[in-house]
Design a protein around this ligand. Sequence first.
Ligand SMILES: [Ca+2]
Length: 140
Amino acid sequence: MGTAASFLFKGMGKSSSKLNRNDLQELESTTRFEARQLQKWYRDFIQDCPDGHMTKEVFEKIYGQFFPVGNPSPFVDYIFNVFDANKDGVVTFKEFITAISVTTHGSIDEKLNFGCRKLLEILRLQMTLDIDVFRNLYLQ
Ligand SMILES: [Ca+2]
């Protein structure tokens, strides 16, 4: 297929786990992937993340393969934050596939909206942290 997701999961093996009917129907309607693709990627996802969510460490391990030289951490942090839609510190299969769908199948507007919205969230968080540091250093 040649998408980023298929490249990420290449060679990660098979599992007997399947998406339940409701999740499968939801993902078929909210992404542009077919049921068969979704089931295959879910099996691969569950094999690496048996509890159903991807930690930043696993995410970094996967993305680290794309950066054999240098430090991938800043990029991984940014991408992980983009994928972790609800900011609970883990990426679920739904979050992962939704992000992959927008970045591979979305229109230019959808991609820009998705990327800009996430970037603004990260910048807002960074500004809040910077203001807190400034306040702690100079205003006390
Ligand atoms: Ca999450």
